[in-house]
Design a binder for this molecule. Structure first.
Ligand SMILES: Nc1ncnc2c1ncn2[C@@H]1O[C@H](COP(=O)(O)OP(=O)(O)OP(=O)(O)O)[C@@H](O)[C@H]1O
Length: 440
């Protein structure tokens, strides 16, 4: 047996123990919403949680379940009904919702996943659940890591830690994966012991999907990648990057990021962690630029010669006294908002129109009017002012009753527990309340 296999075997958890630990970790009272497709993993998660709570009826934890019918296969509505029947037999309230939106031709899996999380979050809101749980397993984790490693070898993407054990979705609800250290085979054995069955999704065998091909490849490989310590590395980096941020970085008016020159001598691992986040935030994108682009920026900074480069919609302006980051004044689309409406402009600002008439928000250009300290370079300030939001009311006057708050795009969807320290401090740089929610 290889070293990796030993690590995985020693660390894999049994489903009933994982369910018990998760319940134990919650602040009480709590209401858990289980995302259940009816496959073995999510059925196992529901059964393990229900069984545990039945054994401890005074635990002050409520359980509900939800199934999203993506409407992509003829059988999906029947399957949702089967899951509803299973939940009824366990005495767990169940909600089924259908994905009604337009279905794209490409990237259907990613679109379905996005819609699924959106609908689950809505359901959690409606029934006042504090946490949504999904049943991702150690097998899913290995597949994800193998896929990401393959992409990195092809020069795409940024290094990650695989599937996070918890993520804050849309700033609204924690999504937690209590089975991330459990093996699918153990979950199936657990269900079989109880005489319970599950649904088999035929797309799990469809080799047109990268994940299915990866699963089949890993099944032939005796030594799958060991992944179990990814979270602690990430947490350590998040803390180091926070210290770096505190020491060297100032954000002015939500549009100009000043990084002192000494900051650029920091450990490359810290820069490679912090800069993609900063770039994503200032560029209004959910992700940082890919590895190749970031590499070029790091090399440019390493050389230290004053000059300008762009990546991910952000201008990197390197001067003798430091580095300045700001949104590139390019492809900034205007946003129209009816009275009472709100929206995100350029991925960087959330705008709420409380006024009586429609408004339009566009890049301020020469009209940008925020105050900046005198000590900042004039050119950088001028560029930063140009990418401020300018509100134009329907009647041509600047609207008075419009709220504008910075919006940190990458933190909205995929912020993980490992990144919380850094994320908290970075949102504080924008003058916002710390980002982290109370721990689970
Ligand atoms: N149709 C569904 N309804 C409710 N929950 C679902 C559904 N499909 C998946 N889930 C939940 O998500 C978990 C992971 O499922 P799957 O591996 O198919 O997801 P995925 O497509 O890889 O997306 P992601 O990893 O982002 O959830 C399941 O164990 C289950 O908890």
């Amino acid at each position: 047996m290889s070293g990796n296999a030993v690590t995985a075997a020693a660390t894999a958890r049994m489903p009933d123990a994982a369910a018990a630990d998760f319940i134990h970790s919650l602040f009480k009272p709590a209401h858990i919403l289980v995302a259940i497709s009816g496959g073995s993993d999510s059925t196992g998660l529901l059964v393990a949680l229900a069984e545990r709570l039945k054994a401890f009826p005074t635990s002050n934890v409520a359980l509900s379940a939800a199934t999203i019918d993506h409407g992509l296969r003829a059988e999906s509505a029947d399957e949702a009904r089967d899951v509803a029947a299973l939940c009824a037999s366990l005495g767990v309230p169940h909600v089924a919702r259908r994905w009604e939106g337009e279905k794209p031709k490409n990237g259907i899996m990613a679109a379905a996943r996005g819609a699924r999380y959106e609908l689950l979050t809505d359901i959690a809101d409606k029934i006042s659940a504090n946490v949504v749980v999904t049943a991702h397993t150690l097998d899913d984790q290995r597949e994800t890591l193998a896929m990401r490693a393959a992409r990195l070898n092809e020069g795409e993407g940024i290094a990650g830690t695989g599937i996070a054990d918890a993520m804050l979705f849309d700033r609204r609800v924690w999504i937690v994966r209590p089975f991330l250290a459990c093996r699918r085979a153990d979950i199936r054995a657990y269900l079989t012991e109880r005489g319970m069955s599950w649904l088999d999704d035929p797309s799990n065998e469809d080799v047109r999907y990268e994940r299915v091909r990866t699963r089949k490849r890993l099944a032939q490989n005796a030594a799958p990648p060991s992944v179990l310590d990814g979270g602690s590395t990430r947490t350590a980096l998040s803390m180091e990057a926070t210290a770096w941020l505190d020491r060297y970085v100032t954000v002015h008016a939500g549009v100009l990021c000043a990084v002192s020159r000494d900051a650029l001598a920091a450990d490359e691992a810290v820069l490679s962690y912090a800069l993609p986040y900063l770039t994503a935030v200032f560029g209004g994108e959910p992700y940082g630029p890919g590895r190749e682009r970031m590499r070029r920026i790091l090399d440019f900074m390493g050389e230290g010669k004053p000059g300008r480069r762009t990546a991910g919609g952000v201008l990197f302006d390197l001067r003798r006294d430091g580095l300045y980051l700001m949104r590139e004044n390019r492809d900034i689309r205007p946003l129209e908002l009816a009275s009472g409406a709100d929206g995100i402009w350029d991925g960087r600002f959330r705008i709420v129109n409380r006024g009586p008439t429609a408004i339009r928000i566009e890049a301020a250009g020469a009209k940008g009017a925020a105050e900046f300290p005198e000590s900042l370079p004039k050119g950088a300030v001028q560029r930063a002012r140009a990418v401020l939001p300018l509100v134009i009311a329907g009647d041509g006057e600047n609207a008075a009753s419009v709220a504008i708050v910075p919006y940190l795009a990458p933190f909205d969807r995929f912020l993980t527990r490992f990144d919380l320290t850094f994320a908290d401090r970075l949102s504080a740089c924008f003058g916002r309340a710390p980002y982290a929610r109370p721990p689970l």
